[in-house]
Design a protein around this ligand. Structure first.
Ligand code: PMP
Length: 356
């Protein structure tokens, strides 16, 4: 569809297509990397208290309390922290703040599919850098980028983690350009690049509470970086919507970041379930990429990804199938509870995956 009323921006925009939602009571939803466990009980208590208190008043536009809690958690200062309505919003602001329409940015050809959407929306030229055959990132391909660099670490949808030494090399070779590391999944393995924030003024780390902190429904994302980068994000936010985080989200996010014990327990549980699931999938003839995330990226020697996706959906199990040519024979499966994974494996066994 098009219309004479549409601006040039709307015409060139190809919106991101989020993972399917199916309204079935017995649906096993393994397609959007949500956490199978509920958030910390402290989140509920804080939100309840906030509900009883001040909903008729605007939230804090500077979100100082939450920024300070995140800063404390990472031994940084609140001037190093920006918070937004999900990391998708933080990423959108970062594209606006640090990339421009005259210089080409780089991101991996197999990566988070929101990046090309933002690039087109904001008219930023981009180059999609091919990965190695084993889906690992070649750091040198991101050296001396004209407009800047962005990639997830661990990468999505592959789950593969790039070591911090390589990230340092990329930062060193782009001293005048911003390098954004999207760490949506870093809490499930690997070391965060947050430890480099005080050493590099061109590093922006973006994280989310949607995955490891079970708060996808509250929409909380944040960025960590040099105060000059954070100030740029605040300027964009204040020119757009000063109150992007609502009172309930702020209250819940504070409680979630403070309950470190619950966070440790649930993330460890998920990584244990992941490692077990990887072994079980391999026994059933799956090729499984090494995952440092709360999902696995798999293909099967006998069945196509599309066949498996369709047959699992018939059994009310939703996994993610991408149509992009390089990865069309792969499925991305979110790690759920042990019981959910056992259920998935039983359904795969019925599909004769076993004799791999
Ligand atoms: N980055 C990556 C790599 C993701 O996979 C996602 C989740 N789809 C996000 C960012 C956005 O997460 P959220 O907006 O829920 O914080």
């Amino acid at each position: 569809m098009t219309s004479k009323f549409w601006s040039e921006t709307v015409r060139r925009t190809e919106p991101y297509v989020p993972g399917e939602q199916l309204d079935l009571p017995d649906l096993l939803k393994l397609n959007t990397n949500e956490n199978p466990y509920p958030p910390s009980p402290a989140v509920r208590e804080e939100i309840q208290q906030e509900l009883d208190r001040k909903l008729q008043l605007y939230p804090s536009p500077t979100v100082d309390g939450l920024r300070q809690k995140i800063a404390d958690y990472y031994t940084l200062e609140s001037k190093n922290i920006f918070v937004g309505n999900g990391s998708d919003e933080v990423l959108a602001f970062a594209f606006m703040a640090f990339f421009n329409s005259l210089e080409t940015i780089r991101f991996p050809a197999v990566s988070y599919s929101f990046y090309p959407v933002y690039a087109k929306l904001f008219n930023i030229p981009f180059e999609e850098v091919e990965l190695n055959r084993d889906f690992t990132i070649q750091p040198e391909c991101f050296f001396q980028s004209e407009g800047g660099v962005i990639f997830p670490n661990p990468n999505a949808p592959t789950g593969i983690y790039l070591e911090l030494d390589s990230i340092r090399d990329i930062l060193d070779s782009n001293p005048d350009r911003v390098v954004i590391i999207d760490e949506a999944y870093v809490d499930f393995a690997g070391e965060s690049a947050v430890s480099l924030v005080n050493m590099y003024d061109n590093l922006l780390v973006v994280q989310t509470m949607s995955k490891s902190r079970s708060l996808a429904g509250l929409r909380i994302g944040f960025a960590l970086g040099h105060p000059e980068l954070i100030e740029a994000l605040i300027r964009i936010k204040d020119s757009f919507n000063s109150y992007t985080l609502d009172r309930l989200a702020i209250a819940g996010a504070k409680a979630a970041i403070m309950d470190t014990e619950y966070f440790r327990k649930t993330t460890e549980k998920i990584t244990r379930t992941r490692d077990w699931t990887v072994d079980e999938l391999k026994k059933r003839g799956f090729h499984v990429l090494p995952s440092s995330a709360n999902f696995v990226f798999v293909s099967h020697y006998k069945h196509t990804a599309e066949q498996l996706y369709t047959r699992l959906k018939e059994q009310h199990i939703l996994v993610r199938h991408f149509t992009k040519p390089q990865i069309e024979n792969y499925l991305r499966i979110t790690i759920g509870t042990d019981e959910q994974m056992q259920h998935l494996l039983r359904e795969l066994d019925k599909m004769d995956c076993k004799n791999g």
